[in-house]
Design a protein around this ligand. Structure first.
Ligand SMILES: [Zn+2]
Length: 283
């Protein structure tokens, strides 16, 4: 989600890095995640949602101009149905996401194996996922369940916060010297880092755990989380997909997810399908 975050992080930082804002940020640095873990938060989840919306609209606008948004009714319907079921379960488990503007852009790019979900429920899926991995519905549900979980657990804000923290000395020095250029250079560096930082290992495990649960509750086979990573792993031998660069360690993931399968099956033994929440397909 690199390009989009770069844009979002710049705006957040530009708006926020006054002297007092920085001090306030540092005072409010630690919050508890929806999963009960302590998170470093220099940007509130609400601010991350606002900034993500701006970045998303700009990104989607560009894609539309380049004719890169998929208009195929079959694929759109498939994506909307699967994500719609996941969102039903997401909202049931995390009621604060009820008012998110849930939407998906399907990006016409067969070379890119990637998907993401920003803070606020704005998602994207690249056609490379379907072309190169020949995903089943169950496997696609696992990918999007995982990505939605990053957003539910405030991982967008957390990643942006980590980038700022790494650079807080640089930024604070600029603020103290009343040197606007130095402050902004530090901010720009933080913004750039935010995109290059993958989610932390803990965040990845959280998203794996919440994601497989969302998909199972929505009616999809939890075993598909394992077959998905097998496919990702075999693809990475020839040409590493984008998704692997931000989601390393297919082998470890496969083992951890596999261990969760029996517990997951017990959550929805009859595999009853969740209701489909209406999802906007951006086109
Ligand atoms: Zn992830």
């Amino acid at each position: 989600m690199h390009r989009y975050l770069r844009f979002a992080a710049h705006r957040v930082l530009a708006a926020r890095l006054g002297t007092t804002a920085l001090a306030m940020c540092l005072l409010a640095a630690c919050t508890t995640s929806p999963t009960g873990r302590s998170q470093l938060m220099l940007i509130s989840p609400e601010a991350a949602i606002v900034e993500s919306k701006t970045a998303y609209l700009s990104t989607v606008g560009e894609l539309d101009k380049e004719n890169k948004l998929v208009d195929d009714p079959l694929l759109s319907d498939r994506v909307a149905t699967i994500t719609g079921r996941l969102v039903t379960e997401a909202v049931a488990l995390y009621p604060n996401s009820k008012d998110w503007e849930w939407s998906v852009a399907i990006i016409d790019d067969d070379d890119t194996v990637n998907a993401w979900c920003m803070a606020g429920g704005r998602m994207a899926a690249y056609t490379g996922l379907f072309e190169q991995l020949k995903l089943t519905d169950d496997e696609f549900a696992q990918i999007m369940g995982h990505e939605i979980s990053h957003a539910l657990a405030n991982h967008t804000a957390e990643r942006m916060s980590r980038a700022i923290a790494i650079n807080v000395g640089v930024i604070a020095a600029g603020v103290a010297a009343d040197n606007h250029a130095a402050t902004m250079a530090g901010a720009a560096l933080a913004a750039k880092l935010a995109l290059e930082l993958p989610n932390s290992r803990v965040a990845e495990s959280e998203a794996d755990r919440i994601g497989i649960e969302l998909a199972t509750r929505a009616g999809y086979d939890p075993q598909a989380a394992v077959s998905l990573w097998e496919k990702m792993g075999s693809l990475s031998e020839s040409r590493p997909p984008e998704f692997i660069s931000t989601h390393p360690d297919p082998e470890n993931r496969k083992a951890r997810l596999s261990a969760l399968v029996p517990e997951m099956r017990a959550l929805n033994p009859a595999r009853s399908m969740a209701a489909v929440t209406p999802i906007t397909i951006v086109r």
